[in-house]
Design a protein around this ligand. Structure first.
Ligand SMILES: Cc1ncc(COP(=O)(O)O)c(C=O)c1O
Length: 372
């Protein structure tokens, strides 16, 4: 086990800093299940205001927020349309089906994260007793770190509404999209009936999400949260972290995006890697198959964690509050040390004469120190 120095696995790994902890420690609290916690109320009011909806509900997790949204919009036996890669379909343990008898209708995501409008239209079932009733279109922004094109969102939600569907946005990283585009989060949220935002991702709070939407929907959500075991008592301690995050950690997401760009540009220079240019704070890196396991092990040995479970050769690096520009520089040094050594590895077997001959010809891909 090697000491962890920089954790690039996800923006969920951030730990609250001193100022956030101070805000938590001094929070005025009450029993929120009885409606008595002023700090929770303040967070809900602020989130509703920022996202531009009537009301909001503080919930323990993004998973629960999405599930409650699906349950608001769909009855048992209804279905929702979502991307194959959508968190609310793929990564939430099938909760909608298990806990709410809601059937997913997953559709292929294109490389940019969109779902083809024709596919959405074709998947909406006619009103016929043979079929589940299609009730909801659920989109995600950002999705895999990519920003959904705004005209696409308008077209997809307009299509859904024409067919009588509601629209939910998993906006776990909506603020990343808003900051990258330089538009208010409310503008990106506007076409949706309900929006879930996460405080515990790039915003750096330890716990919590907020579901926002019309007052009637949020009143139902409050009942569903209770049913799902998500109502919390003196939750103002957690809400205080969320409030702090909304006030202090939104604009700084641009630093994470800049760090991600530097990281991606640096990795792209290295042999054996193919890097997808990031739009926000998530960098996907494809590693040549023969070196992929050793590369992850080398990073881990040097205290650098990345997610390497996106297929055998795909890594995900995420920038966030707890990995700064120096962390990126250090990670690039560690990565290049391994990858340049791999590139030079065949030369280690050449004869001394050949080595000298090659070296005499001046610097090549390897620096002399790598031969030592
Ligand atoms: C896009 C997206 N939505 C929802 C969630 C669920 O959030 P939580 O882990 O708080 O349940 C995540 C978690 O990483 C996510 O990435």
């Amino acid at each position: 086990m090697h000491a962890l120095k920089y954790d690039f696995r996800s923006d969920t790994v951030t730990r609250p800093g001193a100022a956030m902890r101070a805000a938590m420690a001094s929070a005025v609290v009450g029993d929120d299940v009885l409606g008595d916690d002023p700090t929770v109320k303040q967070l809900e009011a602020r989130a509703a205001e920022i996202i531009g909806k009537e009301a909001a509900l503080f919930v323990p997790s993004g998973t629960q927020s999405n599930l409650i949204a699906l349950m608001i919009h769909c009855e048992r036996g209804d279905e929702y349309i979502a991307g194959q890669q959508a968190h609310c379909y793929r990564w939430e343990a099938g909760g909608a089906a298990v806990l709410a008898s809601i059937q997913p209708q997953p559709l292929e995501n294109a490389a940019d994260g969109t779902i083809a409008l024709a596919d959405i239209e074709a998947a909406i079932k006619p009103d016929d007793p043979h079929f589940a009733r299609t009730r909801l279109l659920a989109l995600e922004n950002t999705i895999g770190g990519k920003i959904l094109p705004s005209d696409y969102v308008l077209a997809a939600t307009a299509l859904a509404k024409r067919h009588g569907l509601s629209c939910h946005l998993d906006g776990a990283r909506l603020f990343n999209a808003a900051v990258a585009l330089g538009v208010p989060a409310a503008t990106l949220a506007q076409p949706f009936d309900t929006v879930s935002i996460c405080l515990s991702k790039g915003l750096g709070a330890p716990v919590g999400s907020v579901l926002v939407g019309p007052a009637t929907a949020i009143a139902r959500a409050r009942r569903l949260r209770k049913m799902l075991g998500g109502s919390m008592r003196q939750a103002g301690i957690l809400a205080a972290a969320g409030l702090y995050a909304l006030e202090h950690n939104v604009e700084r997401l641009s630093e994470d995006h800049a760090n991600a760009r530097v990281l991606a540009a640096g990795l792209a220079q290295l042999p054996g890697l193919t890097v997808t240019e990031p739009q926000t704070n998530i960098v996907f890196v494809d590693v040549e198959a023969p070196i992929a396991p050793d590369f992850v092990a080398h990073l881990a040995q040097h205290g650098i964690n990345v997610v390497s479970t996106y297929g055998a050769t795909r890594q995900r690096w995420v920038t966030h509050l707890d990995v700064d520009a120096k962390a990126v520089d250090d990670a690039l040094s560690v990565a290049s040390e391994f990858l340049l050594r791999q590139q030079c590895a065949p030369m280690l077997f050449v004869t001394h004469t050949t080595y000298l001959h090659r070296f005499d010809k001046g610097p090549r891909l390897c620096t002399p120190t790598i031969f030592l």
